[in-house]
Design a protein around this ligand. Structure first.
Ligand code: ATP
Length: 323
């Protein structure tokens, strides 16, 4: 191994920069040339590859987003797009690639690996929906941002005695919403994995009011069938019968922009270093993740073919603690 490249792809996640830094510096420590690829798979296909030194990645760890920038590349889903990328890698003499990104990015990495190219993935998405890791880079920061918003809403909800919905990101995965509800002490949570009917939610909120709660906070996952917009619509439509209205706050992309927490920086550093460690050991075709406190590699084809599930006990806990 003489030359490796690193890219970030899909939705940006706080902590990606710490992972880039770790890949570059541990790669340099191996005596390799390390290259950066701009704009994920888009830049890979277009040949936007440039050398990165240890100094080039100084002062980036505390920044949100990714200095390599990111993109969605539909053309990479086609074999022809991936062939173009492989041509670029061959032309530039890059022996192996580290890809930092979410589940889609890892699916792309699995395809590249299947075509015989050495790739190592690094799990990074605020959604925490990647199989093969308990935590992905960016989840902790996004969770803390959601929590700060919940704490603030709780103060105003108590003062006004109102019910508030707060919608958090997570795509089809309810992890972020469930953890935010648990840590924020929400009265209810609506997630795609365990669908809540609006009538059941109304019953929960009424019951909370009858138990003497001054406020009600409901955390809603963006991927739930009844997301915040649909719930507000339902509450308004049945306003007279229900007897109260709800206000919704949709956090959206605000969650991606936070200064990476210590947890995300440490995780990203360990995963980035772990990816280089795999390549140094002559291995590839895996995604680095966190399993019971250890940095582990899971075959990319397993990551791509498996679905991460949510522990239903956490939902039960959130319900019990909301009483
Ligand atoms: P996040 O979920 O955090 O937004 P992600 O990595 O899952 O991140 P996607 O947009 O799903 O984001 O995927 C990023 C890119 O990975 C896509 O634009 C595409 O280039 C590539 N990709 C996704 N799925 C596949 C696939 N099945 N085969 C090849 N490439 C893929």
């Amino acid at each position: 191994m003489k030359r490796i490249a690193v890219l970030t792809s899909g939705g940006d996640a706080p902590g990606m920069n710490a992972a880039i830094r770790a890949v570059v510096r541990t790669g340099v420590a191996q005596g390799w040339d390390v290259y950066g690829v701009r704009l994920g798979y888009v830049g890979l296909i277009a040949g936007e590859i440039f050398p990165l030194s240890a100094r080039d990645v100084g002062g980036i760890m505390q920044q949100a987003g990714t200095v390599l920038r990111s993109a969605r590349a539909p053309e990479f889903k086609q074999e022809s797009g991936r062939r173009q990328a492989l041509d670029v890698l061959e032309r530039t003499g890059v022996d192996a690639l580290v890809v930092i990104g979410g589940s889609g990015t890892q699916a792309g990495a699995a395809e590249l690996s299947r075509m015989g190219y050495p790739v190592v993935g690094v799990a990074s998405t605020i959604d925490n929906d990647i199989y093969g890791t308990e935590m992905s880079i960016g989840v902790d920061t996004a969770l803390n941002i959601a929590l700060e918003a919940i704490d603030r809403l709780k103060a105003t909800a108590s003062a006004l005695q109102r019910a508030f919905l707060i919608e958090v990101m997570g795509r089809d995965c309810g992890y972020l919403a469930l953890m935010a509800a648990l840590a924020g002490g929400a009265e209810a949570v609506v997630i795609p994995e365990f669908e809540t009917d609006p009538e059941a939610l109304i019953d929960d909120l009424r019951a909370a009011y009858e138990r003497g709660k001054a406020h009600s906070i409901v955390v809603v996952a963006e991927g739930a069938r009844f997301d915040a917009e649909r719930l507000v619509h339902y509450f308004q439509e049945h306003r007279d019968r229900i007897g109260f209205v709800v206000r919704a706050t949709i956090l959206g992309h605000v969650q991606r922009g936070g200064i990476p927490t210590a947890f995300d920086r440490v995780l990203a550093s360990r995963l980035g270093a772990g990816a280089v460690g795999e390549l140094a050991a002559g291995r590839a075709g895996v995604m680095m993740g966190l399993t019971r406190g250890e940095i582990t590699g899971t075959p990319l084809e397993v990551v791509a073919a498996s679905r991460k599930t949510l522990d239903p006990r956490l939902l039960e806990l959130a319900k019990v603690l909301a009483t």
